[in-house]
Design a protein. Structure first.
Length: 461
């Protein structure tokens, strides 16, 4: 803890604590930092500096400080509770930042009496936020020239290559060049210029791509460097943010514009008239050029450091290993009930469409519907596991017949568990087919994906 007096030898813990409290009381009573620290906060020097650095940057009138863009507007750097309450604030049309901070602090401390005056109360899902980690795939292959098909012949005139390969050419030269053309499959290491171009592409991606996208989806960027991304976002905003970042990573040409102090980019696909802005050349599409994501949905009171560590494991073990890269792995870490997972490749369009169909069906209902989709319906499906597996493994039914019977069984259980969907006139055929796509992996029955999609349902926009 930051304090003004050294801890003396033999001094009691109570005396040491008193000196810390005295320092912070005097620090806040100065009046200048009263809005930056709560009455109960006692921070270390590093954390205190992070909290008030924006004040120093305000004095940087020239706007040249390297940390200016990252910290200048962070007078109210959001807490995890603040992020978790994003949809609650929207539902109640709460826009005042100080009011949001007050509500966040009260909810964190368990004081919900003051929230009774709001039209809609915080629900269970308003206590969860998302940590997004992303990392480029196979970067070693990229920088070693394996991803980009660079070879020795590509830098030489065809007539020179033809002459060198002619057996009648001077033998030592002919044999030497033949060995070079065959060495490492003919590939050559990337030149310093290509390495510089890759570095610039990754720099543009993190600075002009990731940062504006995270801001667009109401998140807070922790870091973005090269192909690495770490951010915290509201649950309802994290999936579109991850998809947009993945699309930016594999784009080719973009025009970077700066307006009112913030950056935006436009995709250049075909014809383009040069403009006085920055032309960014990105990695583009191609074999082994992709990025993976890990999304950890966790309770706002979980230790952030531990959750980021867990998100790294999610990215490495689930998205990259189990998902075989170019994948997004979601972990729903509930305080009660353990973790549920959903892992799919970014280009598995049918699976993601099914995920969103379930989410939107839940979104149009109440939180009670979401609980029954992820509770009662899952319980019913589990009780019919043997029936589902018998259909999946049947040798007398064709694939289309197996799928049809599975969907019919799903539809019947959906009507029983969530009758409101019928009353609202929802397309049960479409929802049942979507559930089928989510919970059937080949000949395996995996209903937990339905729990994840239902949780994402509320305010999925």
């Amino acid at each position: 803890m930051l304090h003004a007096r050294a801890h003396g030898s033999g001094e009691s813990v109570e005396k040491y604590r008193e000196s810390i409290n005295d320092f912070w009381d005097r620090f806040r009573s100065s009046g200048e930092f009263v809005s930056d620290f709560s009455d109960k906060e006692r921070l270390c020097s590093v954390c205190a500096l992070k909290r008030i650095i924006y004040r120093a940057l305000k004095a940087d009138r020239a706007g040249q400080h390297i940390l200016r863009d990252s910290f200048l507007e962070k007078e109210n750097y959001p807490s995890t509770t603040f992020l978790a309450l994003y949809d609650f604030f929207r539902r109640n049309n709460i826009s005042d930042v100080e009011e949001k901070k007050k509500i966040s602090q009260e909810l964190f401390e368990g004081d919900t009496d003051s929230l009774q005056g709001y039209q809609e109360q915080p629900g269970e899902r308003d206590k969860y936020y998302a940590i997004l980690l992303m990392d480029g795939d196979r970067m070693g292959k990229l920088v070693n020239g394996e991803t980009i098909s660079a070879n020795r012949k590509s830098i030489m005139h065809p007539q020179i290559i033809e002459r060198l390969q002619n057996e009648s050419f001077f033998a030592p030269y002919h044999e030497g060049w033949e060995q070079l053309f065959e060495l490492r499959g003919g590939r050559r290491f990337l030149s310093p210029a290509v390495h510089a171009a890759i570095s610039e592409s990754l720099g543009d991606f993190s600075l002009y791509g990731v940062k504006p996208i995270i801001h667009k989806y109401s998140g807070t960027l922790i870091y973005a460097g090269g192909d690495d991304v770490c951010a915290v976002l509201p649950v309802s905003r994290v999936l579109p943010a991850a998809r947009e970042i993945a699309a930016y990573y594999t784009s080719t040409f973009r025009l970077i514009k700066k307006e009112n102090g913030s950056y935006s980019s436009e995709v250049i696909e075909r014809e383009w008239t040069p403009e006085p802005d920055k032309l960014s050349v990105n990695l583009g599409t191609g074999k082994d050029i992709s990025i993976s994501a890990g999304i950890l949905v966790c309770h706002h009171k979980e230790a952030l450091k531990d959750m980021i560590f867990r998100a790294h494991a999610l990215l490495d073990k689930k998205a990259k290993k189990e998902g075989d890269r170019n994948a997004c792995a979601i972990e729903l870490r509930k305080r009660s009930g353990g973790s549920r997972y959903f892992v799919r490749k970014f280009d598995a369009v049918e699976k993601w469409e099914a995920f969103e169909t379930i989410s939107k069906a839940v979104e149009r209902g109440s939180e009670d519907i979401a609980e029954r989709v992820s509770g009662s319906l899952i319980y019913r499906l589990e009780s019919f596991r043997e029936g589902f597996e018998a259909i999946l493994h049947s040798r007398t039914l064709s694939q289309s017949e197996r799928e049809g019977r599975t969907i019919d069984l799903l539809k019947a259980q959906l009507k029983r568990s969530v009758p409101e969907l019928v009353e609202r006139g929802e397309d049960l055929d479409k929802i049942s087919k979507s559930i089928h796509h989510l919970i059937m992996e080949g000949d395996e029955f995996k209903p937990e994906a339905l729990i994840v999609s239902a949780f994402f349902g509320k305010e999925v926009s």
